[in-house]
Write a protein that binds this ligand. Structure first.
Ligand SMILES: Nc1ncnc2c1ncn2[C@@H]1O[C@H](COP(=O)(O)OP(=O)(O)O)[C@@H](O)[C@H]1O
Ligand SMILES: [Mg+2]
Length: 275
C-alpha cells in the first residue's frame, strides 16, 4: 500500500490517494479547532488518540452490522479507508441536551432526550453549517428521501450501539456527529467517531471527556483523550462489552514504515468551522 498525493486537507485530518483504486488514507493530525475555527491549536498525540478511538469504534460497529469505510490502521495515525462519495451532511444524534441545542432552543442542559433527537446540518463551513430539514435536503439534491431514511436508521443504530459501549465504561454518550458517503448505491459510515466528534460525560463525576475540555479550558485535553481511549479499549478487552464486540479489535500491527508522500495541492483549503 503506497500513499500517493494529498486529496484534501481539512481542519483535523488529511486525505491521501493510494495506489489501490477505491482506497484512501485518512491521516489524523494533531490540529484541534473549535468555535468556527476561532480557537486553534496543535496538541501532541491528539491525532493518534482520535485515530485509535475511531478505529476501535468502527470495528465495533462493523461487528454489529454497520457498514463503515474502515479497512485497517497503517500506523497510529493513518487509517486505510474505502473511498466514499461523501454526502455533505453532518448527522448529529443527541441523547442529552447540551451544546448548541441548549444555546438555540429552550432546553435545559442535561435534559434527557428520549427518543434521541437527530439533527442534520449542511456541511458547509462558509455558511456555518446551517440546520436542514428533509424538504431542504431533497430540494438541494443532497440525498433522496430513501437515502435519508437509510441515514437516519443507521444513525439510530449507531447511537444504540455506542450508548451501550460507553455505558459499559461508566460514560454517558451525550451526543455525536457522523458523516456518511455513498459506496455505489450503499450508504456507508465515513469520517471519524472520536473525542472530537462525541460529547461524553463521566456518569459518576459528570466531568467532560471530550473536546469540551478544549473548548472551555476544563483541564488537560490530551490527558483526558488518552484516558478515554484507554477506558474504551480496556473495558472491551476485559469485560467483553455487550452486543457481541468480543474484546479488543484485531487492528493490524502498527508497524508500517513512514510513507513517501507525494503531496499535491489540496483541492480544497482548510476553512474555519465550528466542530
Ligand atoms: N471514506 C472517505 N472518502 C472520502 N472522503 C472522506 C472519507 N471519510 C472522510 N472523508 C472526508 O475527509 C475529510 C476529513 O478531514 P477533516 O479534517 O475532518 O475535514 P473537514 O474540515 O472538512 O471536516 C472530511 O471532509 C470528510 O468528509
Ligand atoms: Mg471533519
Amino acid at each position: 500500500m503506497k500513499q500517493k498525493g494529498l486529496l484534501y486537507s481539512g481542519k483535523a485530518k488529511s486525505v491521501y490517494r493510494t495506489d489501490t483504486k477505491g482506497q484512501l488514507i485518512v491521516e489524523f493530525r494533531d490540529d484541534i479547532t473549535a468555535f468556527d475555527g476561532g480557537k486553534k491549536d496543535q496538541l501532541r498525540n491528539k491525532g493518534s488518540y482520535n485515530a485509535e478511538a475511531s478505529a476501535f469504534i468502527f470495528q465495533y460497529l462493523e461487528k454489529n452490522g454497520v457498514k463503515t469505510h474502515f479497512v485497517e490502521m497503517l500506523d497510529p495515525r493513518r487509517m486505510l479507508v474505502r473511498e466514499l462519495s461523501m454526502i455533505p451532511l453532518e448527522v448529529i444524534v443527541r441523547n442529552v441536551a447540551a451544546g448548541s441545542i441548549v444555546r438555540n432552543y429552550p432546553f435545559k442542559e442535561g435534559t434527557k432526550l428520549n427518543p434521541p433527537v437527530i439533527v442534520i446540518d449542511y456541511k458547509d463551513d462558509s455558511r456555518h453549517d446551517p440546520m436542514l430539514n428533509d424538504d431542504l435536503i431533497v430540494a438541494l439534491k443532497l440525498a433522496t428521501l430513501k437515502e435519508l431514511a437509510a441515514i437516519k436508521k443507521a444513525a439510530l443504530k449507531i447511537n444504540a450501539l455506542l450508548v451501550k459501549l460507553m455505558a459499559a465504561q461508566g460514560i454517558t454518550l451525550v451526543d455525536f456527529k457522523i458523516e456518511f458517503g455513498r459506496a455505489g448505491k450503499t450508504i456507508c459510515l465515513g469520517d471519524e467517531i472520536s473525542m472530537d466528534s462525541m460529547r461524553l460525560w463521566d456518569k459518576k463525576t459528570k466531568e467532560s471527556l471530550d473536546k469540551d475540555v478544549y473548548r472551555f479550558d476544563k483541564g488537560d485535553v490530551m490527558a483526558t483523550y488518552n484516558r478515554v481511549v484507554k477506558r474504551i479499549t480496556k473495558t472491551a478487552a476485559q469485560k467483553k462489552v455487550p452486543a457481541g464486540t468480543g474484546g479488543k479489535p484485531k487492528a493490524k500491527p502498527m508497524t508500517a514504515k513512514k510513507p513517501k508522500v507525494a503531496a499535491k495541492k489540496p483541492v480544497k483549503k482548510s476553512v474555519a468551522k465550528k466542530r
